[in-house]
Design a protein around this ligand. Structure first.
Ligand code: FE2
Length: 381
């Protein structure tokens, strides 16, 4: 039987140092005159956010900033952002920042004209068809980290603060119309965030590459994405001003998110509930659980990861790849366990139930059960 699949490719990406200057033109092309710049509180205090706002205003746009974005954005941030969007009469969103700001910005533009509550649009079956697509505002995405790849994604992750679960809100039209990928914006990122976000990009590529679904385009993108991270993340971590390494990491981040259309897996299934319940950094959590997940998946991915090792110039097949991942974590100063990351007194039953309910589970090459998932968490603690 010949394979069948549904593929979609990302959006227009203006890539390169200094291209933030093209932001007003991109907004105008998207039909915006009053964009709302959505960013997080930490970033709002840094000069790059002021610069983005200046660039927009100098380009003749009546832009305002909203920075009520928590590290794991929740429905309260959505409600506050929607008030800012509607009260200001904004006609589009410039999502500016890391995963949290990009996701919230995209969700605000999506929710702007909807009448149903946000959880009605969770990424379950065809729930996205419940949305009024004509009421979705345009989004321009400007990533300032290199990891999440949310700038080329069609979903936003919002935490339900009642159930403390991360929910994926999905709509095809949530994809930003234009991405401004300017690596100069990532130069000021501190080493720990460079490491954590960079390992999120690596985890996206790795899990997409290992997922059993048929998607050879994503497979190729994931492989080259892993090579870009392997060669450039240690450089960007050691010298934040290495613009070439920063640029390659920005590419790898977008590639990871394109690749994970093919699927994610146990790394994200474990990391999502840990992040939701213990407020850990998403990419850093992925990096911590990666070696244990590689061991768990070994029976299904040994030959495949030996091919990846060969492409990355790593000796020793699967074992060499695993040793490389452990060494990469060590070089980046990633904690060796979830306990060292700060996860104390975990509610194991809840973690296991939440991991097994995570949409990433379906992309893992080895089936996850309650028993194996509990053992995986224990191996990571
Ligand atoms: Fe991720």
């Amino acid at each position: 039987m010949t394979p069948t699949a549904t593929w979609s490719y990302p959006t227009s990406i203006r890539f390169g140092a200094g291209r933030l200057s093209e932001l007003p033109g991109a907004c105008a092309e998207a039909g915006m005159t009053r964009p709302l710049l959505v960013t997080d509180r930490g970033l709002a205090a840094l000069p790059i956010s002021a610069r983005a706002l200046d660039v927009l205003r100098a380009g003749g746009l009546a832009a305002e900033m909203f920075s009520g974005v928590d590290p794991n954005p929740h429905e309260g941030n959505v409600a506050e952002g929607l008030r800012a969007l509607r009260d200001g009469g904004h006609d589009g969103v410039v999502a500016f920042g890391g995963g949290s700001a990009l996701d919230l910005g995209k969700v605000l533009a999506f929710m702007a004209g909807q009448t149903r509550p946000i959880w009605d649009f969770e990424d379950v079956g065809d729930w996205w068809t419940r949305a009024d697509a004509d009421a979705i505002l345009p989004v321009i995405a400007v990533p300032t980290t290199a990891g999440t790849g949310s700038e080329v994604g069609r979903a936003g992750v919002i935490t339900n603060s009642e159930t403390r679960e991360k929910k994926i809100v999905f709509h095809p039209r949530m994809l930003p119309q234009v991405v401004i990928a300017d690596p100069e914006l990532t130069v000021g990122m501190p080493p720990a965030i460079t490491a954590g976000t960079g390992m999120d990009a690596f985890a996206h590529c790795l899990e997409a590459y290992c997922s059993p679904h048929y998607h050879p385009m994503s497979q190729g993108i994931a492989l080259e994405g892993m090579r870009l991270v392997a060669e450039n993340l240690p450089r960007a971590h050691a010298d934040g001003n290495d613009l070439e390494a920063r640029a390659h990491m920005m590419s790898a981040a977008a590639m990871g998110a394109v690749a994970f259309q093919k699927g994610l897996g146990a790394i994200h299934a474990l990391s999502h509930p840990i992040g939701a319940m213990h407020h850990t950094h998403h990419g850093t959590t992925n990096a911590v659980v990666m070696p244990a997940v590689l061991d768990f998946n070994r029976p299904a991915v040994e030959a495949r990861l030996a091919r990846a090792a060969a492409y990355l110039g790593i000796d020793g097949g699967f074992d060499g790849f695993r040793a490389f991942a452990v060494d990469l974590n060590r070089r980046l100063g990633i904690p060796e366990s979830l306990t060292a990351l700060g996860v104390a007194d975990p509610d194991m039953d809840r973690l296991v139930a939440s991991a097994l309910a995570d949409p990433s589970v379906g992309g893992n090459p080895v089936e996850m059960t309650a028993a194996t998932t509990r053992a995986l968490f224990e191996a990571c603690l």
